[in-house]
Design a protein around this ligand. Sequence first.
Ligand code: PMT
Length: 228
Amino acid sequence: EPLLSSKHVLSGLTFTITAGPTREAIDPVRYISNHSSGKMGYALAEAAVKAGAKVTLISGPVQLPAPAGVQMIQVESAEQMHQAALTAAAQSAIFIGCAAVADYRMSEIATDKLKKGSESELQLTLVKNPDIIAAVAGMNKNRPFTVGFAAETRNVLDYARQKLLNKKLDMICANDVSKPNSGFNSNQNAITLIWPLGELDLPVQPKQQLAEQLIALISQHYHALEKK
Ligand code: PMT
């Protein structure tokens, strides 16, 4: 049955959603990144707008058009996404971190293009990026209801449960990205939604349809918590 029956059930609710990859520059012409297409995060933003919510979408570099009715913030690096996310999160009821944020960046970005040397090996020194969603979930003023994703290729549910606890999230979407028709860049996805007191399997389906279910479920849990 449809979870979001009427069009404006979420009117008055503000979401911040992150989507896509981040790019960590190595030098002026090269970067470290991943295969996130932005499809899942953009579908979430579209579903939330369709349900009447106000949405800020913070996006890394992707090939998708901005969804209608969404306030877009375009970023490249994890540090830029971090800054944009903290500002937008403080004005949102719900934060969803769907971006595939690079865990590490170069300790120093070369100002000139690195030249190929005679050595057969090249070592890059990386430093840890800020954990954006952990920072949002740890805000002590205006903390939004915080929902993460966990992209895993093994021990998917265990690692996702650990991330829910360690990052102090309200809910997490466990995403097995080793399966076909799932995860990075595909048009379909399957996830297990996990919260402290329960879990729900959402089977393989188009990302748009999955996004509508997720927005409905997240909003239900948010409202249940608000009523306490
Ligand atoms: O973009 P698509 O091609 O549609 O693919 C969708 C997706 C596979 C990218 C998406 O469904 C997904 O799983 N997104 C999370 C990807 C990820 O980086 O997961 P993670 O397990 O490494 O990170 C866990 C959580 O912490 C995520 O909410 C992530 O946004 C967040 N994080 C991670 C690192 C960091 N430095 N800051 C963060 O906020």
